[in-house]
Design a protein around this ligand. Structure first.
Ligand SMILES: [Fe+2]
Ligand SMILES: [Fe+2]
Length: 243
């Protein structure tokens, strides 16, 4: 099954309170900070995976990779919009984003493509685990502004949809016809990486599959998602889905 690219445009504007997490400053700032990492991070992930496209002979795998890049493209765009809102509140978002870009730029320039794929697999697994936590603990977003709840839950769900697909990471590495353990060994800074490539690394447990099911119902029924999808249809198309 190919992951679905949901082109959504959340209502992120000046009407949101500064401390949008129910007035709680600390949690709002934590999530505002986390959002800073996404636009550059998502671009890095998509680029790292696309770099291996020429080795992929399987049409289904290509489709899944395109969908993965498409999902990450929408995530990046919406977090860019969120970061712009935070910037207008007076935070030095540009400088913060530049620092993230500089780190990832260094990884892009200094590491082999396979190692960049390794970093992507590791970080994707990490974002999926954070997403599972967010989907599974309703209290984490309790009291937050509905547009922010919808954005964070959508991102959390899609990170886990990709993880759920029979390890995309391992199949992309196999397309390079290198042993999985070698792909992991290329990233010397992350000695545990061979495990990340392993098909045995649990993709998604029953618990998370149930969480995704319930989020999909929420997605079909909640007005905030219906409005976000409609807004994306009327907004200028700025989404670049990799082909
Ligand atoms: Fe993402
Ligand atoms: Fe991701």
């Amino acid at each position: 099954m190919t992951p679905t690219v949901r082109n959504l445009r959340f209502k992120i504007d000046g009407t949101l309170p500064k401390h949008w997490h129910g007035g709680r400053r600390s949690v709002t700032i934590f999530l505002d900070n986390l959002s800073v990492f996404f636009p550059a991070g998502e671009r890095f992930f998509a680029k790292a995976v696309r770099a291996h496209q020429s080795f992929m002979k399987d049409e289904q795998l290509m489709k899944e990779v395109r969908a993965f890049c498409g999902q990450e493209g929408v995530h990046g765009r919406e977090h860019e919009r969120m970061n712009e809102m935070v910037r207008r509140q007076g935070y030095p978002i540009e400088a913060m984003e530049k620092r993230v870009e500089a780190i990832l730029d260094r990884v892009s320039k200094r590491s082999p493509e396979l190692a960049q794929l390794g970093v992507t697999c590791a970080l994707e697994h990490f974002t999926a685990l954070m997403g599972e936590m967010l989907l599974g603990s309703a209290g984490l977003l309790e009291g937050a502004h509905p547009a922010m709840v919808a954005l964070w839950r959508w991102h959390a769900a899609e990170e886990n949809e990709v993880r759920r697909h029979p390890p995309l990471r391992a199949r992309v590495v196999r397309a390079r016809e290198v042993p999985l353990h070698r792909a992991g060994r290329d990233v010397t800074a992350l000695p545990a990486l061979p495990r990340i490539f392993s098909p045995e690394l649990p993709p998604v447990g029953h618990h998370c599959a149930a969480l995704l099911e319930s989020w999909r119902r929420e997605f079909d029924e909640a007005p905030v998602y219906v409005r976000s999808a409609a807004a994306a249809r009327t907004a200028p198309r700025e989404l670049a889905v990799a082909s």
